[in-house]
Design a protein around this ligand. Structure first.
Ligand code: ADP
Ligand code: ZN
Length: 730
């Protein structure tokens, strides 16, 4: 359609959820009212029709009116508020990603605006008598409930093909039912599940005083089990009583059944939930209900930060130190930091909760930027566990027959005592599989991933060698591919190997291995947690998945198999992270009346971190850590930005990195490290080079980066990823 007769005043800017540049120009035809900023509109884009948002930032493009296309229609939905729009602009500006890329994240679901239509799902029913059972069918039948789900969704959740689901329906083992739209109950604020202790009440009062007073950041610093969750529930209640919505961010694995049940006890209903396990339908409906205000409280993983709240009144970031708040794919951002930005733009309070606040956060408390409230004691009769170090040089594991042992006699003795009291032990090792490395005893060959700079991890369960970076997997070979000898040795332990040792040493104990295997469904995880809570296992062997949010009353002993793991490597935060993780794991012990014991196996007991764990004093360790970073002008005392240049051709990637290196910025307070091959120089078949820009704090690192990147033109065969405030350095 020609738009020649339209004047400039009919032009508007529309941001599209595309990883391109900023907003595009469109015209409002006379048949439509001029939409307010934030209105969702349908527009033609190339040969497609897309949904975008009317944007109030942006300049008219230098194109003739006649080439500006008309918007097609307006959605009858609330607008995306100014605070949401400014958040998108702010994050784009800060992370150096295009606003459209951030909007894409904020719109979450591609088809969010498509009608649901008639949807049918399947529910469980009485099983026909002569049903042929297969493992796949069994999975589906265990999964389905009285809530209808589509065949595609059931298939996705259980890992079977949707043919299995329809097959079961044809056999009469599943019933068809219409899917009704989701409804979100209003949380009640007149219930009180627990009465706070005097100490908790004091802290809760100080926090909820913040509500209604505009932007404010407060750190809720309390030991594990001190009741931080109960206390921040009060802040949510206050926001609700003011007619506002509330958002709780949790690490992906922290959003457990136990947490939800506690919320329900307090507010009479579960909150809306947002994480990667949701079906497309639930995502779509939740997103809309956040926009319309039907959702009053939402608990979610980091991406929930970008949901279109219209009247947000408070944000809680639980476990604010957790590394999973940093998103590394797509738009690279730190959700905790961006949550503070959102609170500022919304002019509302935000609470950062942790037992081990990050160094960044501590420095902000020290400088007075953030307030802090402290809960120094565990709630009620529960006391903090005793923490002891096992010097592995003095008390090394004693091999038992053929078995290579990884557990010190000191730990084994305590496990025995705990077992005989009928209590539970958790053995923590943050390593999946049987052994992290397999090598040939004859020629020394090590099995490596062909696509990554990484050893292959042996999994006896399934008997394969796997790459934990790209998913490459082969059956465990019989012989060495180089010398042909069949003397392969498994080096070091993973949880499977610890399980093997436990089986041999405690033949009568019941064991359970719990790993952060990405294939486990939420239902499967919940079942494992139930088994532990109901004491169906005596010894639990697990990875990081077990470190958060779980409360197991009979768990009194925690053994950390390799406390030194994670301290190697050039990561800026390796020490801090190890400390936080050990602290979290230790916090699982003795959460009820029974006092807990934590034993850390270490080869370096004099290490600052081990000493800090032993004395339970974080302060000394963290101030030493802060001092060394201050000296090096590392974050949070200086700024960092990373660049990764990668490509399928090593030569091209290297040349591009060299080009960037030659154009590197210089000046007072600016330093560039690299280019150098990344520590993981090959990842998923791509060769990688790193550059690191370090500046003093007062320098706007984004501007330096923009100038630098725009000065160099690189071939499209290489990819340049930027990372402001990098957390990973591989
Ligand atoms: P944190 O989040 O600091 O680790 P939680 O909020 O999970 O601590 O509390 C630890 C345990 O103590 C939970 O089981 C919780 O229900 C209980 N608890 C905390 N405060 C109270 C209270 N005032 N009354 C009853 N139980 C409480
Ligand atoms: Zn790999």
């Amino acid at each position: 359609m020609s738009a020649k007769n339209q004047s400039n005043k009919n032009r508007i800017h529309v941001l599209l959820p595309l990883p391109l540049a900023g907003p595009f120009d469109y015209a409002v035809p006379e048949s439509l009212e001029r939409p307010d900023p934030g209105t969702f509109v349908r527009v033609p884009f190339g040969s497609r029709v897309m949904t975008g948002v009317v944007w109030d930032k942006g300049e008219n493009a230098d194109i003739d009116d006649s080439r500006v296309k008309n918007i097609l229609s307006l959605y009858d939905l609330p607008v995306l508020t100014a605070a949401n729009r400014r958040l998108i602009d702010w994050v784009a500006d800060y992370t150096l990603f295009a606003p459209g890329a951030v909007l894409k994240m904020a719109m979450s679901v591609d088809d969010v605006f498509h009608g649901v239509g008639e949807a049918f799902g399947f529910v469980k029913t009485v099983l026909p008598e002569k049903l042929k059972m297969t493992p796949a069918r069994k999975k589906v039948l265990e999964y389905v409930t009285d809530m209808p789900e589509t065949a595609a969704e059931i298939a996705r959740q259980t890992g079977v093909s949707s043919g299995v689901v329809t097959g079961l329906a044809e056999a009469g083992a599943l019933a068809r039912q219409k899917i009704r739209p989701l409804t979100f109950a209003v949380p009640r604020i007149d219930l009180k599940s627990v009465s706070l202790s005097a100490e908790q009440q004091k802290v809760a009062d100080r926090l909820s005083d913040m509500a209604g007073r505009g932007f404010d950041v407060c750190v809720l610093n309390g030991v594990t089990g001190s009741g931080k969750t109960e206390v921040y529930f009060d802040v949510i209640a206050r926001a609700l009583s003011q007619g506002k919505q509330a958002l709780i961010l949790l690490p992906e694995i922290g959003l457990t059944g136990q947490w939800l049940e506690r919320f329900e006890r307090r507010f009479g209903t579960k909150p809306a939930v947002w994480n990667s396990g949701l079906s497309q339908r639930v995502r779509r409906e939740t997103w809309k209900a956040v926009l319309t205000g039907e959702v009053r409280v939402l608990a979610g993983a980091r991406s929930a930060l970008f949901l279109p709240f219209s009247e947000l009144g408070a944000i809680i970031v639980d476990e604010e130190h957790d590394p999973s708040y940093k998103q590394e794919d797509g738009v690279v951002y730190q959700a905790r930091d961006m949550a503070v930005v959102r609170a500022k733009l919304e002019n509302i309070p935000i609470v950062l909760s942790s037992a081990t606040p990050s160094l960044e956060t501590r420095v902000n408390v020290r400088s007075g930027k953030y307030k802090e409230v402290v809960l120094p004691d565990r709630f009620g009769a529960a006391v903090l566990p005793d923490i002891r170090l096992i010097d592995m040089r003095r008390d090394p594991p004693e091999n038992k027959g053929e078995l290579k042992s990884f557990l010190s006699p000191v730990l084994l003795k305590e496990m025995d005592a705990v077992l005989s009291k009928g209590e539970q032990t958790l053995l923590f090792l943050n390593r999946r599989g049987y052994a992290p490395l397999v090598l040939c005893r004859k020629c020394g060959y090590r099995f490596q991933c062909p696509h990554c700079d990484a050893w292959l991890v042996e999994h006896r369960n399934g008997s394969r060698l796997e790459c934990h970076h790209c998913g490459y997997s082969v059956p465990v070979p019989e012989a060495c591919p180089v010398c042909g000898e069949s003397e392969l040795a498994s080096c070091g332990p993973g949880v499977e190997r610890i399980n093997e040792e436990v089986t041999l040493r405690f033949p009568d104990a019941r064991q359970l291995v719990v790993t952060s295997d990405l294939n486990a469904t939420a239902a499967e995880m919940a079942e494992l947690m139930r088994q532990i809570r109901d004491k169906e296992a005596d010894i639990i062997i697990g990875t990081q998945i077990l470190t958060k949010g779980h409360h197991f009353p009979s768990l009194t002993l925690v053994g950390v198999v390799d406390a030194d793991l994670g301290l190697t490597g050039g990561d800026l935060r390796a020490g801090e992270r190890t400390f936080q993780m050990l602290h979290q794991v230790a916090g699982r012990a003795g959460r009820a009346e029974k006092k807990g014991l934590v034993l850390l196996q270490t080869f370096d007991p004099e290490n600052r971190i081990m000493q800090a764990m032993k004395t339970g004093s974080a302060d000394q360790f963290l101030s030493a850590e802060a001092q060394s970073r201050e000296l090096l002008k590392m974050p949070p005392f200086g700024r960092l930005a990373g660049i990764i240049v990668s490509g399928s051709s090593q030569a091209q990637a290297q040349q591009a990195a060299a080009l960037l290196g030659r154009a590197a910025p210089s000046g007072n307070g600016i330093r560039v490290l690299g280019p150098a091959p990344a520590p993981m120089a090959l990842l998923r078949g791509k060769y990688r080079y790193r550059l690191l820009l370090q500046t003093e704090k007062q320098i706007k690192i984004q501007e330096v980066m923009r100038r630098w990147l725009s000065a160099v033109s690189l071939p499209s065969s290489v990819r340049v990823q930027t990372d402001i405030d990098p957390y990973s350095f591989f």
